[in-house]
Ligand binder design. Structure first.
Ligand code: FAD
Length: 466
């Protein structure tokens, strides 16, 4: 006999645990199932540990350059072991916080691997136990993809997970993939002292970002000593007798190679669906992820998939906000009067609800929200690009942070279509523009908002004022 709940959530990452707490606080009986650690990829091997290392890298760079600021330091030492230990401490602290949240009244937590019962997508099995609920949320995240090439699993190849556990800084690091994860590790380990080469298949790094910003970021990273091979298809990875590795790639019809002591495979992440028994339970999925509609509902009514597992947006905050939207939908559909559709019952949403910011924590940082110039062009939108540069901002100069710009894309009716920031604190600054898009604030209003002086946010003001 299956134990009954109001809501079953599979996965305690950002797509799972926040929604569990919200639903339980509303009086729902919620079952959370997690096979590994609280916090998912994000907390244990993603966002948080990488940002700890990013901070170590940033401080190290600052200390090395501090003489220009009048701060003399003798013989700067870096300990990877200490940086890793601090990172582990931060992760443990945050994990304990989530563990405490899982004790919220109404939440039952079960440690184990869930799979669906054959022919019943509302019942999950863990070991010998069965659990059932009218609503099930799948939030099982993603796993690293490997290129289907010879040597992809050879001795020198590691994933982002192992990069967070290294005990030595590799002398030469080859990064396959110039996406967010690859670039963050390239930036971190460059600061730690590695010679880094990034090999990217597309013509430009960060294919999802505004091309202009991505190119400028590549230029900045090159100045820091990171080498890039773009438009380069990696064809083979080889372990060499001398203990090194060779990355073979083709570029403009020529076969080339780069030597490394460690190779990071960072070519994207695939939906984590293998253990779930989806096909047997009748839940549709593709290699990209579980298929969902605009409410993140699968083809089986009452069964939802949020976060990386649906393949829509691989960002922690996107996972969480998708799960909130599922709760909105469940609330609304629970109260639908007879003869009305669920769509009518859903809360009204602002036009800017889709404004999801994304950030890359390289040095310098890069962040975006809304449309890129390429997307504006592809959609045939009339737009103008307003730019302002860090080098003209007093606060940026005082911080020795002259490298960067803010670019705002504005439509014919002054609607803010997208915003792109390269430079110090880009990941924090992007939220002013996210709010503008979210709340439908148009350019003239933004241009009249008082900004404190001297602040980096004045770069946004300067761009808005044209
Ligand atoms: C190196 C790296 C850096 C990143 N940095 C950032 C960043 O700075 N900002 C950002 O927004 N995003 C970042 N991401 C992406 C972010 O981690 C993911 O988008 C986010 O974790 C997705 O959340 P989720 O809840 O969908 O899945 P996850 O966080 O992956 O959680 C899924 C959970 O489900 C569990 N699970 C899986 N299958 C089962 C099963 N059958 N039964 C029980 N439990 C199961 C897993 O153990 C896991 O704990 C990064 C990712 C990586 C790899």
């Amino acid at each position: 006999m299956a134990t009954a709940f109001d809501l079953i959530i599979i996965g305690a990452g950002p797509g799972g645990y926040e929604a569990a707490v919200e639903a339980a606080r509303e009086g729902k009986q919620v079952l959370v199932i997690e096979r590994s650690h609280f916090g998912g990829t994000c907390l244990n091997e993603g966002c948080i540990p990488t940002k700890c290392l990013c901070h170590s890298a940033e401080v190290l760079d600052e200390v090395r350059q501090s003489a220009a600021l009048g701060v003399q330091t003798a013989d700067v030492q870096f300990s990877l072991q200490n940086a890793m230990a601090r990172k582990d401490g931060v992760v443990e602290k945050l994990r304990a916080g989530i563990e405490a949240l899982m004790k919220t009244p109404g939440i039952t937590f079960v440690q184990g691997e869930a799979k669906f019962k054959v022919g019943d997508a509302h019942t999950v099995i863990i070991g010998d136990e069965e659990y059932t609920a009218p609503a099930v949320m799948i939030a099982t995240g993603s796993v690293t993809k490997f290129l289907p090439i010879p040597g992809a699993h050879s001795q020198h190849v590691v994933t982002s997970r192992e990069m967070l556990e290294l005990t030595e800084v590799p002398r030469r690091l080859a990064v396959i993939g110039g996406g967010v994860i690859g670039l963050e590790f390239a930036s971190i380990y460059r600061s730690f002292g590695s010679e880094v080469t990034v090999v990217e298949y597309c013509k430009e790094i960060l294919p999802q970002f505004d091309r202009d910003l991505a190119k400028r970021l590549r230029t900045s990273l090159k100045k820091r000593g990171i080498a890039f091979e773009v438009g380069a298809a990696v064809t083979e990875l080889r372990d060499e007798a001398d203990g090194s590795a060779t990355v073979l790639y083709s570029q403009k019809d020529k076969v080339k190679e780069v030597q490394a002591d460690l190779v990071l495979m960072a070519v994207g992440r695939a939906a984590n669906v293998d253990s779930l028994n989806l096909a047997e339970a009748g839940i549709d999925f593709t290699p990209r992820g579980i298929k969902v509609d605009e409410n993140y509902e699968t083809n089986v009514p009452g069964v939802f998939a949020v976060g990386d597992v649906n393949g829509l947006l691989q960002l922690a905050h996107a996972a969480t906000f998708q799960s909130y939207k599922v709760l909105d939908y469940l609330r609304a559909t629970a109260n639908i009067p007879e003869g009305h559709s669920s769509a009518e019952a859903l809360p009204q949403r602002g036009s800017g609800e889709g404004a999801v910011p994304a950030a890359v924590f390289t040095t310098p940082e890069c962040a975006m929200v809304g449309l890129t110039e390429e997307q504006c062009e592809a959609q045939g939108l009339e737009y103008r690009a307003l730019k302002s540069f860090y080098r003209a901002n007093g606060r940026a100069l005082s911080m020795e942070a002259e490298d960067g710009l803010v670019k705002i894309l504005v439509g014919a009716d002054d609607t803010i279509l997208g915003a792109h920031i390269l430079g110090a604190h880009a990941a924090d600054m992007i939220h002013e523009l996210t709010l503008a898009i979210h709340a439908g604030i148009k350019l003239p209003q933004l241009a009249r908002m008082v900004h404190a002086h001297p602040s980096l946010s004045e770069i946004i003001l300067a761009a808005a004022r044209g």
